[in-house]
Design a protein around this ligand. Sequence first.
Ligand SMILES: *[C@@H]1O[C@H](CO)[C@@H](O)[C@H](O)[C@H]1NC(C)=O
Ligand SMILES: *[C@@H]1O[C@H](CO)[C@@H](O)[C@H](O)[C@H]1NC(C)=O
Ligand SMILES: *[C@@H]1O[C@H](CO)[C@@H](O)[C@H](O)[C@H]1NC(C)=O
Ligand SMILES: *[C@@H]1O[C@H](CO)[C@@H](O)[C@H](O)[C@H]1NC(C)=O
Ligand SMILES: *[C@@H]1O[C@H](CO)[C@@H](O)[C@H](O)[C@H]1NC(C)=O
Ligand SMILES: *[C@@H]1O[C@H](CO)[C@@H](O)[C@H](O)[C@H]1NC(C)=O
Ligand SMILES: *[C@@H]1O[C@H](CO)[C@@H](O)[C@H](O)[C@H]1NC(C)=O
Ligand SMILES: *[C@@H]1O[C@H](CO)[C@@H](O)[C@H](O)[C@H]1NC(C)=O
Length: 339
Amino acid sequence: MRHSPRFALLGLLSTPALSAKSPKRGLVAVGNKDWPQDDAIFVREDSPISWYYNFHWNVSDTYASLPQDQVEYVPMMWGGGVNDTDFLTNMTEMIKPSSGAGRRNITHVMGFNLPDQPYEYGGSEMTPADAARAWVHNLLPLREKFGVKLGLPVVGDPRGGWVDPFLKNCSALNEDKACEFDFVPLHAFGHFGILKDRVGSFASAFPDVPLWVVEYGYNDQNLSTTQDYFNQSLAFLEDSKDVARYSWFGSFRSTVSNVGPNMAMLDPWGNLTDIGSWYLGGEATGKAAMPNDTPRTNACSAEHPCTGSDDKNAGVGLSSGRGLGLWSAAASGLVLLLL
Ligand SMILES: *[C@@H]1O[C@H](CO)[C@@H](O)[C@H](O)[C@H]1NC(C)=O
Ligand SMILES: *[C@@H]1O[C@H](CO)[C@@H](O)[C@H](O)[C@H]1NC(C)=O
Ligand SMILES: *[C@@H]1O[C@H](CO)[C@@H](O)[C@H](O)[C@H]1NC(C)=O
Ligand SMILES: *[C@@H]1O[C@H](CO)[C@@H](O)[C@H](O)[C@H]1NC(C)=O
Ligand SMILES: *[C@@H]1O[C@H](CO)[C@@H](O)[C@H](O)[C@H]1NC(C)=O
Ligand SMILES: *[C@@H]1O[C@H](CO)[C@@H](O)[C@H](O)[C@H]1NC(C)=O
Ligand SMILES: *[C@@H]1O[C@H](CO)[C@@H](O)[C@H](O)[C@H]1NC(C)=O
Ligand SMILES: *[C@@H]1O[C@H](CO)[C@@H](O)[C@H](O)[C@H]1NC(C)=O
């Protein structure tokens, strides 16, 4: 669906800005401490983005003031929590704070990020049995007490070696009742056929459970291949009855991209690329993700060095502080997926 700025403006004048929202379209918010103004671009008033996640339990600073019904924040329990209830405590405090301030009507929470993969590849490295304990301690009560909808842990293989034992272990800890979940997040990197195959295999593994494609893209391709994929995949995801939500992996500058510059929604100066603008419902900007005549270092100042690199693991140079490990986690998880 296209959302031209004019349409958005008309929507704004008649009914609230919500008419410009795409209920499916979301943001993988990696966060940019060096250029926080970058983060704001994605949630401008006419933005079709209706939800975001940041691999974290707490909101992103730049989006903290936005109400849930403008941009829904979806917390994630990244990993851990095997023997504690810290995540549950934090969520409870967000949903039902002791003081009135900061209340957030959290309706969806995502489970662990790549628990089937080791830390060194960006996974949260949890055995099915540990993950089951963490789920019962932290996530199940959110569903039972607050009606929060839960996303199954993000894994490579829809059933396979991890999910089925996890569900068994979880049920054993839950008085033999099934550990229910409400949606299934997944990643898809590679050409369009891979996206279709992954959606197809998850849809058959989990019939009638909404799928969320929470990281996707055709990494390390030239511009025309990337743009063709972008348009084709966006149309597919919008039309797919199995897919409830999706989020393009690319809310960062091309200079620091670890999936190739062309997937980035921002150019070296933080201006929207064509793909970035299309994702937000706008027209092509004509801004090359990585202008040929511009050494990537030119885009960075002494105060805010950026260290873009072709080495995937060096891509972490982009963001300092919170989100750093998560970024590299997300990125290197992809490396494994591509094998
Ligand atoms: C959660 O994020 C908000 C917004 O950035 C911040 O005000 C708050 O202090 C954070 N909570 C904790 C416990 O860090
Ligand atoms: C959790 O507690 C159990 C029992 O005390 C212990 O065996 C296990 O090592 C702990 N696991 C983690 C990840 O802390
Ligand atoms: C819970 O919130 C505290 C801050 O209040 C934070 O330090 C901690 O990492 C959070 N833990 C989880 C698992 O969300
Ligand atoms: C929370 O949001 C959901 C979904 O938008 C809505 O149905 C529900 O009424 C809201 N609850 C509260 C207490 O605001
Ligand atoms: C978890 O499930 C697997 C597969 O069913 C089983 O082999 C294992 O014993 C279970 N572990 C625990 C702690 O229940
Ligand atoms: C882009 O890559 C595709 C696939 O690798 C190739 O067929 C095409 O010729 C390339 N286009 C340009 C302009 O380099
Ligand atoms: C992609 O879609 C946009 C409209 O959203 C269109 O303007 C553009 O020409 C398309 N690009 C390609 C490469 O198909
Ligand atoms: C790109 O962004 C910078 C910083 O926001 C802005 O000053 C500049 O005008 C933009 N460049 C173009 C060509 O739009």
